[in-house]
Write a protein that binds this ligand. Structure first.
Ligand code: SAH
Length: 264
């Protein structure tokens, strides 16, 4: 490795992994594939600590996207096999045209920039038809929020949206001292596998509206937060006396169908 130093930049959420055994564990959690080649995308490779181990997966045809120019330069020098094949994308994952990179992509991975991890997941959801697996490290609370089911305080909008289409595993926690600089928060690694659900069996636009509106007023009973969707005969609906964190994905689907029929 040619060793010039990339200064970690706070505003880009840069916390470089210093413990390669953690990088190795994350990379080996990618277990998609049935013997044939597939396309993968790493978000935020930085100086390539994780990239190095992802490249050992001979089935994965890896692309990386990195916003930081200095890191891109570093990767170009140290990973000629990526650079030479135009597999280093210099750009902002939230702004590039993802049709180009995610329509064919089966696996997304990375030690995500924690400050934009929710936005990254909302983008991935737009490509749920192609993206079959996500393996990523993120802030522990966010990992819990995504992985936890109803009845927990972490359960929220992103949990419901992701759990509707992915089976989610919380793999392991990572302490702050294996990063440079150490983040103020603890970290965790999760894996998402696309489930068999193709459509939810309800008006999906209304489903999204209902989930968002319920959790935006998370301490209120659904009767109050969803008042605008109700009509008189709904008064007896048992869901309406609950709070949003008590509803599973299927409950939200049922509720959507009940409320949708109000407009039919
Ligand atoms: N994978 C590396 C770096 C993780 S830090 C490691 O584990 O050491 C997060 C990385 O995401 C940084 O390199 C940061 O520059 C990059 N990043 C931040 N915002 C980004 C964005 N919008 N698009 C692409 N990369 C981004």
């Amino acid at each position: 490795m040619k060793n010039f130093y990339v200064t970690p930049k706070k505003k880009l959420g840069q916390h470089f992994l210093t413990d390669e055994s953690v990088a190795e564990r994350i990379a080996s959690a990618v277990n998609y594939g049935n013997g044939s080649k597939f396309v993968g995308l790493e978000i935020g490779p930085g100086t390539g600590v994780l990239t190095k181990y992802l490249l050992k997966n001979s089935q994965m045809d890896l692309n990386v996207i990195e916003i930081d120019r200095e890191s891109v330069e570093y990767l170009a020098v140290n990973y000629p096999e990526l650079y030479g094949n135009n597999k280093i994308i210099g750009g902002d994952f939230l702004r590039i045209d993802l049709n180009e990179y995610l329509l064919e992509c089966k696996v997304v991975c990375g030690n995500f920039p924690y400050n934009i991890s929710s936005q990254i997941f909302f983008k991935i959801l737009e490509y749920k038809d192609s993206v079959k697996q996500v393996v990523c490290m993120l802030q522990r609370e966010v990992a819990q929020r995504i992985a936890n089911g109803p009845g927990t305080k972490e359960y929220g909008i992103l949990s419901v949206f992701l759990q509707a289409y992915y089976d989610i595993e919380y793999l392991f926690g990572v302490d702050e001292h294996v990063f440079n600089p150490p983040p103020k928060v603890k970290s965790a690694v999760i894996r998402l596998n696309r489930n068999k659900v193709e459509t939810l069996g309800c008006n999906e636009k209304l489903f999204r509206t209902i989930v968002k509106q319920s959790f935006n007023l998370r301490r209120k009973m659904l009767r109050n937060s969803l008042a605008q969707f109700l009509k008189g005969s709904d008064a007896e609906q048992p869901y309406l006396t609950l709070r949003p964190e008590q509803l599973s994905v299927n409950d939200f689907i049922n509720l959507t169908n009940i409320l949708d029929s109000n407009n039919g």
